[in-house]
Design a protein around this ligand. Structure first.
Ligand SMILES: NC(=O)c1ccc[n+]([C@@H]2O[C@H](COP(=O)([O-])OP(=O)(O)OC[C@H]3O[C@@H](n4cnc5c(N)ncnc54)[C@H](OP(=O)(O)O)[C@@H]3O)[C@@H](O)[C@H]2O)c1
Length: 333
């Protein structure tokens, strides 16, 4: 993996390229950068998160099937995460995994990856018959269970059943209500964490996004950070769920991918992992997008690799990157 050392800290005047605009992050040009970024990007209210990534990093991302909407949703109070207990789960103890968002573009790949590695799956979906028709149930070791994260934690705990671990690959699908990101990406994931606590699962892996902590990471002026948050505050909402998980006492891994592509790794490139708040989708960095296949593999390996415990891993891909064994993916984070 390209380790964080390859990603030297951004110089004070790091160039930011977005929307075909190269601007310098100087104080005098900040307003220009932001307004230009917004002006140069024709945001329609039904563009997806993937389309948003594509505008930030042109040509890089496949269209997701999700619509997203502008939102005026505000941030909820930040949660402290200083007292998380550390209790690494032995991967061997994890036999059954609950996948939230198992019908999604990444969720389906997670289910497949889990089966290939011998885990039984409880596939959490909103519509069981639709998921069945969509091919989520690969074999009799995949049990489809109804799980809408806008429902209470008790019903989600029931859906988790005997699962030993949880992978969340949910994301708001649009549909007109701008508060959806708060309800799904933020509060929905929090409810999953509450349910996981009730079930006393040994590990929770959360699929999040690059730049969720953009503000703290000095990326407030990064067009990606600005632009993606125009869509229902999506990054800020995801950050809230990250904080909640980190403070939960569960063993966790947070996986933050760049722009998601449906193409295989042979076309998108090999995995690059890096530590928290180091990858920002900038042209000066080694990659900005990633195959959903690779993301699914990372989400599943996070259950198996002890080095993934209680870590944030940021992931992109590059054709210049050599292929590396999974045992190295979470090293030096
Ligand atoms: N697109 C990108 O470039 C990009 C980059 C970084 C991170 N991400 C994030 O990565 C995650 C996965 O992306 P994706 O493209 O695989 O997503 P996707 O195909 O849109 O799948 C989203 C999943 O979430 C489920 N879901 C939505 N609302 C739900 C609810 N109320 N209760 C339970 N499940 C619900 C959907 O279920 P249904 O099938 O029932 O609708 C679906 O299974 C998302 O959180 C996304 O924001 C995306």
């Amino acid at each position: 993996m390209a380790q964080a050392s390859l990603l030297s800290p951004l110089p004070a005047y790091a160039p930011i390229e977005a929307f075909g605009v190269v601007a310098r992050q100087t104080a005098s040009k900040r307003n220009h950068t932001i307004s230009k970024a917004i002006r140069c990007t024709k945001v329609s209210s039904d563009e997806s998160h993937a389309e948003a990534w594509d505008k930030v990093a042109p040509g890089s991302v496949d269209l997701g099937r999700r619509d997203v909407f502008l939102s005026t949703a505000t941030l909820t109070a930040a949660l402290l995460f200083s007292n998380a207990s550390f209790n690494p789960a032995a991967a061997a103890d994890i036999k059954t995994v609950f996948v939230a968002g198992a019908s999604g573009s990444t969720g389906k790949k997670v289910v497949r990856e889990l089966r290939e590695r011998g885990f039984a799956v409880r596939a959490g979906v909103r519509d069981v018959s639709k998921a069945k028709a969509g091919g989520v149930q690969l074999d009799d070791k995949v049990e489809l269970v109804e799980a809408d994260v806008t429902q209470g934690a008790d019903s989600l705990a029931a859906a988790m059943g005997n699962a030993d671990a949880v992978i969340s690959a949910i994301g708001y699908g649009g549909g007109g209500d701008a508060s959806g990101y708060k309800a799904v990406d933020n509060e929905g994931n929090k409810k999953l964490v509450d349910a996981a606590l009730k079930r006393k699962v040994s590990k929770f892996v959360l699929m999040s996004s690059l730049l969720t902590n953009g503000k703290e990471a000095g990326q407030s002026l990064n067009p990606g950070y600005i632009f993606l948050n125009l869509f229902g505050n999506v990054l800020n909402e995801k950050l809230e769920s990250e904080k909640y998980l980190r403070s939960s006492g569960l063993e966790w891994t947070i996986v933050r991918p760049g722009g998601l592509k449906k193409d295989p790794p042979s076309e998108v490139g090999n995995l690059i992992t890096s530590r928290e708040d180091t990858l920002f989708g900038l042209p000066t960095q080694p990659g900005k997008d990633i195959s959903r296949d690779t993301v699914a593999a990372v989400l599943v390996e996070a259950l198996r690799q002890p080095g993934a415990s209680n870590k944030v891993v940021e992931v992109v891909a590059s054709k210049k990157e050599p292929e590396r064994p999974a045992a190295e993916w979470f090293k030096d984070l």
